[in-house]
Write a protein that binds this ligand. Sequence first.
Ligand SMILES: [Zn+2]
Length: 496
Amino acid sequence: AHPADGIDLMAGPWEVREKLAPRAEGPPLRLRTYFPAELDAIDGLAAAYLDDSRRHIERYAKAIGPYPFDGFSVVASPLPTGFGMPTLTYIGAEVLKLPFIRATSLGHEVLHNWWGNGVFVDYASGNWAEGLTTFMADYAYKEDESAAAARAMRLGWLRDFAAVPAADQQPLAAFRSRTHGAAAAVGYGKSAMLFVMLREQIGADTFDRGIRAFWARHRFGVAGWSDLRSAFEAESGQDLATFFDQWLTRRGGPAPRIERARTQARAGGTQLIVDLAQSSPPYALKIPLELVYAGRRERIDVEFRDGRRQLTLDVDTAPASVRLDPELRLWRVLAPAQLPPILRQWITAATPRLAIAQAPGPSAAADETAAAAPALVQRLFERAAKPGSLEDLDRGSGPMLLIGSHAAVDAALAGAGLPPRPASLGVRGSAQVWTVIRAHGAPLAVVSARDVGALQALSRPLPHYGAQSWLVFEGSRVLERGVWEVRDDGVTVRQD
Ligand SMILES: [Zn+2]
């Protein structure tokens, strides 16, 4: 279909703005916004969309090959749902106002003009376009931002995947489109991580050449995973059959581990001996190991293709510990202890429990904050909560949420011998929400509010923050939020 056909499908009272951007070859690029008058009137918004559309198009033209169309339009939809088609993205008017959309979703949609609408997906062999688009858009923007931001996105992929029950885990080759969370965890997360690992395997320059060769060869044609593999094999000279086969056709992922690490003295130096293990059938992996010395760290990449491997390295001095893939560059199944607790575990819990922290003594009956707790959890949890108390926390396994006023929460935690309110949160804002890091026992999260109004103000926003470990609210506005850092001390090196 000719791309311009798409515009006729949608009618609406739009203000149209147009900007022509000259190109080295061919006619100028025709950039447009179709915004309703109210949205168009927001100072500088439409102009910013035009500029950022052009910026994204230029970025990908440089990385992949010339933009294959003559125009691109951003069309406001009255509904929050959006979709894309060649040369056009249709995004909810309210969503278009959000400041981060131009930097993230817009670039993702622009890139689909190459992946999906420029090279078409051979759906019979699986959808590679979402993963490649996520890798070159959403993930690339995180890499532009910082190494920590990119790591946080990789952690998010692994964390979302760890939440998918094994029975619902599909191989990547079976992914067609985002129909539910389990599909997205594979079709976006695992798929994008495949490209992270592939780039590590063949090198960034070779990877970039492979991308351009794939585009040049399949522009306006249908292509599948095997065509991507051929392009990267041709550029790298490597046989990538095992790599693509294991990541596309196997469900789940590997869980490699360090079983032991020790040093032994030998003539002229020290040897570090690391025992690696993974379950059968093994994956062919390139594992980043980090040797942790006092004051410095050293990364080495290790081939690991069997169920076990004993690695022997000559070292100048003995490291204190060895960590396996601390930067999370490998697609793998993380154990619960490796995952930061986030609110989604409470929101989606099969058997959530509610503990209400009552103001101590005679004021308990008049504790309005406690009285408002059930209404909040009804909004927050997907399933009905059972009443519980902190004393029973470890007599069940379901996630427990403790709710109360600041004083009542502090007293309840202290009385049960649990970790106090995190010093990093203090009592800033009108309410704090946090998950408690516990080595063992049932998951615990806390909602602590200044007063009943502060508690009630959480009922609308809080369900949207499932990806967070902690939040500080002022009324219904989030002041700060974050995901707890999970410490990975690795395996201590024994000195023989
Ligand atoms: Zn997409």
